[in-house]
Design a protein around this ligand. Structure first.
Ligand SMILES: [Zn+2]
Length: 457
Protein backbone atom coordinates (compact mmCIF):
# COMPACT_ATOMS: atom_id res chain seq x y z
CA UNK A 1 0.00 0.00 0.00
CA UNK A 2 1.10 3.56 -0.77
CA UNK A 3 2.62 5.23 2.29
CA UNK A 4 0.90 8.52 3.01
CA UNK A 5 0.18 10.57 6.09
CA UNK A 6 -3.43 11.25 7.00
CA UNK A 7 -5.05 14.21 5.21
CA UNK A 8 -5.78 17.27 7.41
CA UNK A 9 -8.69 19.49 6.35
CA UNK A 10 -9.34 23.09 7.48
CA UNK A 11 -11.69 22.15 10.34
CA UNK A 12 -9.25 19.54 11.66
CA UNK A 13 -6.14 21.73 11.59
CA UNK A 14 -6.74 23.51 14.92
CA UNK A 15 -6.30 20.21 16.79
CA UNK A 16 -3.11 19.23 14.97
CA UNK A 17 0.34 19.99 16.39
CA UNK A 18 2.58 17.84 14.17
CA UNK A 19 2.03 17.49 10.45
CA UNK A 20 5.32 17.05 8.70
CA UNK A 21 6.82 14.64 6.19
CA UNK A 22 9.56 13.34 8.48
CA UNK A 23 9.44 13.22 12.26
CA UNK A 24 11.96 11.77 14.73
CA UNK A 25 10.80 10.74 18.21
CA UNK A 26 14.04 10.36 20.13
CA UNK A 27 15.16 8.94 23.51
CA UNK A 28 11.80 7.37 24.21
CA UNK A 29 10.68 4.18 25.95
CA UNK A 30 8.99 1.92 23.38
CA UNK A 31 6.21 -0.46 24.40
CA UNK A 32 5.38 -2.08 21.10
CA UNK A 33 1.98 -3.65 21.80
CA UNK A 34 3.07 -7.26 21.21
CA UNK A 35 3.54 -7.91 24.93
CA UNK A 36 7.33 -7.59 24.63
CA UNK A 37 9.21 -5.84 27.43
CA UNK A 38 9.71 -2.07 27.19
CA UNK A 39 12.82 -0.90 25.33
CA UNK A 40 14.53 2.22 26.68
CA UNK A 41 16.20 5.11 24.81
CA UNK A 42 14.81 4.35 21.37
CA UNK A 43 14.24 6.48 18.31
CA UNK A 44 11.26 6.19 15.98
CA UNK A 45 11.41 7.77 12.53
CA UNK A 46 8.01 8.54 11.02
CA UNK A 47 7.96 9.21 7.30
CA UNK A 48 4.84 9.84 5.21
CA UNK A 49 2.52 8.47 7.87
CA UNK A 50 4.43 5.25 8.49
CA UNK A 51 7.06 4.00 10.91
CA UNK A 52 10.19 4.12 8.75
CA UNK A 53 12.74 3.12 11.42
CA UNK A 54 12.72 2.05 15.06
CA UNK A 55 15.70 1.11 17.21
CA UNK A 56 18.12 2.18 19.96
CA UNK A 57 18.78 5.91 19.60
CA UNK A 58 22.51 5.30 19.18
CA UNK A 59 21.88 3.23 16.05
CA UNK A 60 19.13 5.19 14.27
CA UNK A 61 20.23 8.28 12.34
CA UNK A 62 17.86 11.21 12.23
CA UNK A 63 17.32 12.25 8.59
CA UNK A 64 18.25 15.81 7.59
CA UNK A 65 15.24 18.10 7.78
CA UNK A 66 13.32 15.90 10.21
CA UNK A 67 11.30 17.56 12.96
CA UNK A 68 12.81 16.19 16.20
CA UNK A 69 10.85 15.57 19.39
CA UNK A 70 13.03 14.63 22.36
CA UNK A 71 10.82 12.37 24.48
CA UNK A 72 13.14 11.55 27.38
CA UNK A 73 11.11 10.18 30.31
CA UNK A 74 8.13 9.42 28.12
CA UNK A 75 6.73 6.23 26.64
CA UNK A 76 5.30 5.48 23.22
CA UNK A 77 2.60 2.84 22.85
CA UNK A 78 0.57 1.92 19.76
CA UNK A 79 -2.67 3.82 19.31
CA UNK A 80 -5.44 1.98 21.17
CA UNK A 81 -7.74 -0.28 19.15
CA UNK A 82 -11.07 -0.41 20.95
CA UNK A 83 -13.95 -2.53 19.78
CA UNK A 84 -17.12 -1.83 21.73
CA UNK A 85 -17.43 1.89 21.22
CA UNK A 86 -20.41 4.10 20.56
CA UNK A 87 -21.12 7.46 18.99
CA UNK A 88 -24.42 7.91 20.80
CA UNK A 89 -25.50 8.41 24.40
CA UNK A 90 -28.71 7.94 26.44
CA UNK A 91 -30.38 11.33 26.96
CA UNK A 92 -33.57 10.06 28.64
CA UNK A 93 -37.05 8.80 27.71
CA UNK A 94 -35.63 5.86 25.74
CA UNK A 95 -33.83 8.19 23.37
CA UNK A 96 -30.21 8.06 22.24
CA UNK A 97 -28.57 11.23 20.97
CA UNK A 98 -26.24 11.17 18.02
CA UNK A 99 -22.86 12.31 19.41
CA UNK A 100 -20.70 11.46 16.42
CA UNK A 101 -18.96 14.86 16.56
CA UNK A 102 -18.02 15.08 20.24
CA UNK A 103 -17.37 11.40 20.88
CA UNK A 104 -15.07 10.91 17.89
CA UNK A 105 -12.89 13.79 19.21
CA UNK A 106 -12.89 12.32 22.73
CA UNK A 107 -11.85 8.89 21.52
CA UNK A 108 -8.88 10.36 19.68
CA UNK A 109 -7.97 12.52 22.68
CA UNK A 110 -7.92 9.41 24.88
CA UNK A 111 -5.40 7.65 22.65
CA UNK A 112 -7.80 5.62 20.51
CA UNK A 113 -6.64 5.60 16.88
CA UNK A 114 -8.88 2.74 15.69
CA UNK A 115 -12.28 1.68 16.91
CA UNK A 116 -15.26 -0.44 16.03
CA UNK A 117 -18.66 0.84 17.00
CA UNK A 118 -20.70 -1.76 18.85
CA UNK A 119 -24.05 -1.05 17.24
CA UNK A 120 -25.72 2.04 15.90
CA UNK A 121 -28.84 4.02 16.82
CA UNK A 122 -28.51 6.71 14.19
CA UNK A 123 -28.56 5.00 10.82
CA UNK A 124 -26.20 6.63 8.39
CA UNK A 125 -24.58 9.14 10.75
CA UNK A 126 -21.80 6.86 12.00
CA UNK A 127 -20.98 5.53 8.56
CA UNK A 128 -20.75 9.07 7.16
CA UNK A 129 -18.61 10.40 10.03
CA UNK A 130 -16.22 7.46 9.61
CA UNK A 131 -15.84 8.42 5.95
CA UNK A 132 -15.40 12.14 6.75
CA UNK A 133 -12.64 11.32 9.28
CA UNK A 134 -10.88 9.18 6.69
CA UNK A 135 -10.90 12.18 4.32
CA UNK A 136 -9.44 14.45 7.05
CA UNK A 137 -12.57 16.60 7.28
CA UNK A 138 -13.06 15.83 10.97
CA UNK A 139 -10.67 14.76 13.74
CA UNK A 140 -11.14 11.22 15.02
CA UNK A 141 -9.90 7.64 14.94
CA UNK A 142 -10.27 5.14 12.12
CA UNK A 143 -13.82 3.84 12.58
CA UNK A 144 -15.08 0.38 11.68
CA UNK A 145 -18.71 1.53 11.45
CA UNK A 146 -21.24 -1.03 12.56
CA UNK A 147 -24.71 -0.98 11.02
CA UNK A 148 -27.86 -0.41 13.10
CA UNK A 149 -28.52 -3.34 15.45
CA UNK A 150 -29.83 -6.64 14.09
CA UNK A 151 -32.53 -7.21 16.68
CA UNK A 152 -35.67 -9.27 17.03
CA UNK A 153 -38.99 -7.94 18.36
CA UNK A 154 -39.21 -7.04 22.05
CA UNK A 155 -36.64 -4.33 22.76
CA UNK A 156 -38.98 -1.45 22.08
CA UNK A 157 -36.29 1.12 21.19
CA UNK A 158 -37.73 3.57 18.68
CA UNK A 159 -34.37 3.77 16.89
CA UNK A 160 -34.08 0.00 16.27
CA UNK A 161 -36.02 -1.83 13.55
CA UNK A 162 -37.27 -5.25 14.78
CA UNK A 163 -36.48 -8.07 12.36
CA UNK A 164 -39.62 -9.79 11.05
CA UNK A 165 -37.93 -12.94 9.76
CA UNK A 166 -34.77 -14.29 8.16
CA UNK A 167 -35.55 -12.66 4.80
CA UNK A 168 -35.71 -9.29 6.53
CA UNK A 169 -32.39 -10.01 8.28
CA UNK A 170 -30.75 -10.82 4.97
CA UNK A 171 -32.18 -7.67 3.37
CA UNK A 172 -30.96 -5.41 6.18
CA UNK A 173 -27.42 -6.82 6.14
CA UNK A 174 -27.25 -6.32 2.37
CA UNK A 175 -28.75 -2.82 2.60
CA UNK A 176 -26.38 -1.55 5.29
CA UNK A 177 -23.33 -3.11 3.67
CA UNK A 178 -24.29 -1.28 0.48
CA UNK A 179 -24.56 1.98 2.45
CA UNK A 180 -21.01 1.54 3.73
CA UNK A 181 -21.35 -0.27 7.06
CA UNK A 182 -18.24 -2.37 7.65
CA UNK A 183 -19.42 -4.45 10.59
CA UNK A 184 -22.58 -5.88 12.16
CA UNK A 185 -23.95 -6.44 15.63
CA UNK A 186 -26.71 -8.80 16.71
CA UNK A 187 -28.72 -7.79 19.73
CA UNK A 188 -30.57 -9.30 22.65
CA UNK A 189 -33.77 -10.60 21.03
CA UNK A 190 -32.45 -11.96 17.73
CA UNK A 191 -33.44 -15.56 16.86
CA UNK A 192 -30.90 -18.28 16.15
CA UNK A 193 -32.10 -18.44 12.53
CA UNK A 194 -31.86 -14.69 11.98
CA UNK A 195 -28.35 -14.71 13.48
CA UNK A 196 -27.26 -17.57 11.21
CA UNK A 197 -28.60 -15.84 8.09
CA UNK A 198 -27.10 -12.48 9.11
CA UNK A 199 -23.68 -14.05 9.74
CA UNK A 200 -23.76 -15.83 6.38
CA UNK A 201 -24.71 -12.63 4.53
CA UNK A 202 -22.05 -10.56 6.36
CA UNK A 203 -19.35 -13.15 5.73
CA UNK A 204 -20.28 -13.33 2.03
CA UNK A 205 -19.30 -9.64 1.91
CA UNK A 206 -16.09 -10.16 3.89
CA UNK A 207 -17.56 -8.47 6.99
CA UNK A 208 -17.76 -9.63 10.60
CA UNK A 209 -20.62 -9.88 13.04
CA UNK A 210 -20.57 -9.59 16.81
CA UNK A 211 -23.38 -9.81 19.33
CA UNK A 212 -24.65 -8.65 22.68
CA UNK A 213 -26.73 -11.75 23.13
CA UNK A 214 -29.52 -12.86 25.40
CA UNK A 215 -32.00 -14.92 23.36
CA UNK A 216 -29.14 -16.95 21.84
CA UNK A 217 -26.54 -18.77 23.94
CA UNK A 218 -22.80 -18.39 23.36
CA UNK A 219 -22.57 -21.97 22.10
CA UNK A 220 -25.50 -21.50 19.71
CA UNK A 221 -24.00 -18.23 18.45
CA UNK A 222 -20.64 -19.90 17.80
CA UNK A 223 -22.46 -22.58 15.83
CA UNK A 224 -24.40 -19.89 13.92
CA UNK A 225 -21.11 -18.31 12.77
CA UNK A 226 -20.73 -15.30 15.06
CA UNK A 227 -17.21 -13.80 15.17
CA UNK A 228 -17.24 -12.10 18.56
CA UNK A 229 -19.28 -11.99 21.79
CA UNK A 230 -19.77 -8.70 23.62
CA UNK A 231 -19.60 -8.03 27.36
CA UNK A 232 -17.24 -10.76 28.40
CA UNK A 233 -19.29 -13.52 30.05
CA UNK A 234 -21.86 -11.20 31.64
CA UNK A 235 -24.27 -12.00 28.74
CA UNK A 236 -23.62 -15.77 28.71
CA UNK A 237 -27.01 -17.48 28.74
CA UNK A 238 -25.74 -21.01 28.35
CA UNK A 239 -26.22 -21.94 32.01
CA UNK A 240 -29.38 -19.97 32.84
CA UNK A 241 -31.87 -22.32 34.54
CA UNK A 242 -35.05 -22.76 32.46
CA UNK A 243 -33.57 -21.01 29.40
CA UNK A 244 -36.09 -21.20 26.53
CA UNK A 245 -34.63 -21.25 22.98
CA UNK A 246 -34.78 -17.88 21.19
CA UNK A 247 -36.05 -16.11 24.33
CA UNK A 248 -34.22 -13.52 26.40
CA UNK A 249 -34.76 -14.29 30.09
CA UNK A 250 -35.23 -11.40 32.52
CA UNK A 251 -33.80 -8.84 30.08
CA UNK A 252 -30.35 -10.29 30.47
CA UNK A 253 -30.25 -10.14 34.27
CA UNK A 254 -30.55 -13.91 34.44
CA UNK A 255 -27.30 -14.30 32.50
CA UNK A 256 -25.33 -12.07 34.84
CA UNK A 257 -26.79 -13.84 37.91
CA UNK A 258 -25.97 -17.22 36.42
CA UNK A 259 -22.36 -16.26 35.68
CA UNK A 260 -21.92 -14.89 39.19
CA UNK A 261 -22.79 -18.31 40.62
CA UNK A 262 -20.49 -20.31 38.30
CA UNK A 263 -16.87 -21.34 38.65
CA UNK A 264 -14.86 -20.61 35.48
CA UNK A 265 -12.71 -23.67 36.13
CA UNK A 266 -15.74 -26.00 36.15
CA UNK A 267 -15.88 -28.61 33.40
CA UNK A 268 -19.03 -27.15 31.78
CA UNK A 269 -17.52 -23.69 31.49
CA UNK A 270 -14.19 -25.06 30.28
CA UNK A 271 -16.05 -27.04 27.59
CA UNK A 272 -17.73 -23.83 26.42
CA UNK A 273 -14.35 -22.03 26.34
CA UNK A 274 -12.94 -24.87 24.20
CA UNK A 275 -15.88 -24.59 21.81
CA UNK A 276 -15.37 -20.83 21.40
CA UNK A 277 -11.63 -21.31 20.81
CA UNK A 278 -12.30 -24.07 18.25
CA UNK A 279 -14.84 -21.88 16.40
CA UNK A 280 -12.44 -18.88 16.58
CA UNK A 281 -14.91 -16.70 18.42
CA UNK A 282 -13.36 -13.68 20.17
CA UNK A 283 -14.77 -12.21 23.37
CA UNK A 284 -14.92 -8.47 24.05
CA UNK A 285 -14.22 -7.32 27.59
CA UNK A 286 -16.33 -4.30 28.62
CA UNK A 287 -15.46 -4.07 32.31
CA UNK A 288 -15.63 -0.26 32.28
CA UNK A 289 -19.42 -0.21 31.77
CA UNK A 290 -20.02 -2.90 34.39
CA UNK A 291 -17.94 -0.95 36.87
CA UNK A 292 -20.57 1.84 36.67
CA UNK A 293 -23.23 -0.66 37.86
CA UNK A 294 -21.11 -1.87 40.80
CA UNK A 295 -21.22 -0.23 44.24
CA UNK A 296 -17.99 0.91 45.86
CA UNK A 297 -16.18 1.83 42.69
CA UNK A 298 -14.71 5.26 41.82
CA UNK A 299 -16.65 7.90 39.92
CA UNK A 300 -15.80 7.71 36.19
CA UNK A 301 -13.42 10.39 34.89
CA UNK A 302 -14.16 13.05 32.32
CA UNK A 303 -17.79 13.77 33.26
CA UNK A 304 -17.35 17.51 32.79
CA UNK A 305 -17.35 17.09 29.02
CA UNK A 306 -21.04 16.20 29.29
CA UNK A 307 -23.89 18.63 29.00
CA UNK A 308 -24.47 19.72 32.64
CA UNK A 309 -27.94 18.12 32.83
CA UNK A 310 -26.54 14.78 31.66
CA UNK A 311 -23.67 14.99 34.15
CA UNK A 312 -26.14 15.67 36.98
CA UNK A 313 -28.36 12.75 35.82
CA UNK A 314 -25.37 10.46 36.01
CA UNK A 315 -24.20 11.76 39.39
CA UNK A 316 -27.65 10.87 40.80
CA UNK A 317 -27.38 7.39 39.31
CA UNK A 318 -23.91 6.99 40.76
CA UNK A 319 -25.20 7.92 44.23
CA UNK A 320 -28.07 5.42 43.86
CA UNK A 321 -25.63 2.68 42.85
CA UNK A 322 -23.57 3.30 45.98
CA UNK A 323 -26.71 2.89 48.15
CA UNK A 324 -27.79 -0.35 46.44
CA UNK A 325 -26.50 -2.98 48.84
CA UNK A 326 -28.43 -5.68 46.91
CA UNK A 327 -26.67 -5.01 43.58
CA UNK A 328 -25.94 -8.31 41.79
CA UNK A 329 -22.80 -6.67 40.41
CA UNK A 330 -21.13 -6.73 43.82
CA UNK A 331 -20.60 -10.45 43.15
CA UNK A 332 -20.79 -10.46 39.34
CA UNK A 333 -18.14 -7.79 38.67
CA UNK A 334 -15.15 -9.64 40.19
CA UNK A 335 -16.52 -12.93 38.79
CA UNK A 336 -16.68 -11.40 35.32
CA UNK A 337 -13.01 -10.49 35.66
CA UNK A 338 -12.16 -14.06 36.68
CA UNK A 339 -14.03 -15.43 33.63
CA UNK A 340 -12.08 -13.21 31.25
CA UNK A 341 -8.75 -14.31 32.74
CA UNK A 342 -9.80 -17.96 32.61
CA UNK A 343 -10.92 -17.65 28.98
CA UNK A 344 -7.50 -16.31 27.95
CA UNK A 345 -5.77 -19.04 29.98
CA UNK A 346 -7.86 -21.54 28.01
CA UNK A 347 -6.49 -20.11 24.75
CA UNK A 348 -9.28 -17.64 24.01
CA UNK A 349 -8.88 -14.32 22.19
CA UNK A 350 -9.86 -11.36 24.33
CA UNK A 351 -10.34 -7.89 22.85
CA UNK A 352 -11.55 -4.83 24.70
CA UNK A 353 -13.97 -1.94 24.49
CA UNK A 354 -15.97 0.23 26.82
CA UNK A 355 -19.65 0.65 25.80
CA UNK A 356 -20.24 4.29 26.78
CA UNK A 357 -24.02 3.90 26.83
CA UNK A 358 -25.75 1.75 29.45
CA UNK A 359 -26.97 4.12 32.10
CA UNK A 360 -24.55 6.81 31.00
CA UNK A 361 -21.53 8.07 32.89
CA UNK A 362 -18.80 6.57 30.74
CA UNK A 363 -16.99 9.16 28.66
CA UNK A 364 -15.10 8.00 25.56
CA UNK A 365 -11.32 8.22 25.75
CA UNK A 366 -11.33 8.33 29.55
CA UNK A 367 -13.33 5.08 29.47
CA UNK A 368 -10.77 3.39 27.21
CA UNK A 369 -7.95 4.21 29.62
CA UNK A 370 -10.10 2.82 32.44
CA UNK A 371 -10.74 -0.38 30.48
CA UNK A 372 -6.99 -1.07 30.43
CA UNK A 373 -6.68 -0.40 34.16
CA UNK A 374 -9.53 -2.85 34.82
CA UNK A 375 -7.84 -5.58 32.77
CA UNK A 376 -4.83 -5.19 35.07
CA UNK A 377 -7.12 -5.36 38.09
CA UNK A 378 -8.52 -8.57 36.57
CA UNK A 379 -5.05 -10.11 36.74
CA UNK A 380 -3.44 -9.37 33.37
CA UNK A 381 0.00 -7.77 33.41
CA UNK A 382 0.12 -4.20 32.09
CA UNK A 383 1.89 -5.47 28.95
CA UNK A 384 -0.84 -8.09 28.41
CA UNK A 385 -3.55 -5.48 28.92
CA UNK A 386 -1.87 -3.17 26.40
CA UNK A 387 -1.65 -5.99 23.88
CA UNK A 388 -5.36 -6.78 24.34
CA UNK A 389 -6.11 -3.08 23.77
CA UNK A 390 -3.89 -2.70 20.69
CA UNK A 391 -2.64 -5.67 18.66
CA UNK A 392 -5.46 -8.05 19.59
CA UNK A 393 -8.07 -5.52 18.48
CA UNK A 394 -6.25 -4.68 15.25
CA UNK A 395 -5.84 -8.34 14.40
CA UNK A 396 -9.54 -9.00 15.01
CA UNK A 397 -10.48 -6.08 12.77
CA UNK A 398 -8.31 -7.46 9.97
CA UNK A 399 -5.92 -4.48 10.32
CA UNK A 400 -3.08 -6.25 12.11
CA UNK A 401 -0.69 -5.66 9.21
CA UNK A 402 -1.41 -1.91 9.29
CA UNK A 403 -1.65 -0.95 12.95
CA UNK A 404 -1.87 -2.26 16.53
CA UNK A 405 1.87 -2.52 17.19
CA UNK A 406 4.98 -0.41 16.73
CA UNK A 407 6.80 -1.98 13.84
CA UNK A 408 8.63 -0.68 10.80
CA UNK A 409 6.21 -0.44 7.88
CA UNK A 410 3.06 -0.05 9.96
CA UNK A 411 1.06 3.17 10.14
CA UNK A 412 2.39 5.69 12.65
CA UNK A 413 -0.62 5.25 14.96
CA UNK A 414 0.92 5.92 18.34
CA UNK A 415 0.42 7.60 21.68
CA UNK A 416 3.04 9.50 23.67
CA UNK A 417 2.51 9.04 27.42
CA UNK A 418 4.12 10.71 30.39
CA UNK A 419 5.42 7.90 32.63
CA UNK A 420 5.72 4.15 32.17
CA UNK A 421 2.48 2.15 31.77
CA UNK A 422 4.40 -1.14 32.01
CA UNK A 423 5.23 -0.22 35.62
CA UNK A 424 1.91 1.48 36.39
CA UNK A 425 -0.94 1.12 33.93
CA UNK A 426 -2.47 4.40 35.20
CA UNK A 427 0.16 6.15 33.04
CA UNK A 428 -2.24 5.57 30.12
CA UNK A 429 -4.16 8.56 31.50
CA UNK A 430 -1.22 10.87 30.81
CA UNK A 431 -1.65 11.32 27.07
CA UNK A 432 0.72 13.96 25.70
CA UNK A 433 0.18 13.53 21.95
CA UNK A 434 -1.80 11.16 19.78
CA UNK A 435 -0.52 10.36 16.29
CA UNK A 436 -2.85 8.89 13.71
CA UNK A 437 -1.23 7.93 10.46
CA UNK A 438 1.69 10.25 11.18
CA UNK A 439 -0.35 13.34 12.15
CA UNK A 440 0.00 14.43 15.79
CA UNK A 441 -3.04 15.73 17.71
CA UNK A 442 -3.24 17.73 20.93
CA UNK A 443 -5.56 15.85 23.31
CA UNK A 444 -6.29 18.92 25.44
CA UNK A 445 -7.45 20.94 22.43
CA UNK A 446 -9.80 18.11 21.45
CA UNK A 447 -11.23 17.81 24.98
CA UNK A 448 -11.62 21.59 25.41
CA UNK A 449 -13.59 21.79 22.17
CA UNK A 450 -16.19 19.46 23.67
CA UNK A 451 -16.32 20.47 27.34
CA UNK A 452 -19.90 20.85 28.61
CA UNK A 453 -21.36 20.02 25.19
CA UNK A 454 -21.31 16.23 24.80
CA UNK A 455 -25.01 15.49 24.67
CA UNK A 456 -25.86 18.13 22.08
CA UNK A 457 -23.69 16.96 19.19
ZN1 LIG B 1 -22.91 -1.37 23.45
Amino acid sequence: MEAQRAPVGPSTRSYVRFDTAVLALTNVRVIDGTGAAPREAHTIIVRDGRIAALGPSAGVSVPAGAQVLDLSGKSVIPGLVMVHEHLYYPVGAGTYANLTESFSRLYLAGGVTSMRTGGNMNGLAEILVAQAIARGEKPGPFIDATAPYLEGPGMGFNQVVPLRDTTHAKQLVAYWADQGATSFKAYMNISRDALRVSAREAHARGLKITGHLCSVTYREAADAGIDDLEHGFFAMNDFVPGKTPDRCMARGGAATQSMASLDPSSSDVQALFRHLVEKRVAVTSTLAIFETFTPGRPMPRGLDVLLPTLREDYERRYAATQRNTQSPYARAFPKGMAFERAFVQAGGTLIVGTDPTGGGGLVPGFSNQRALELLVEAGFTPLEALRIGTLNGATYLGRGALTGSLEVGKLADLVVLDGNPAADIAAVRNVQWVFRQGVGYDPQALIESVRGKAGLW
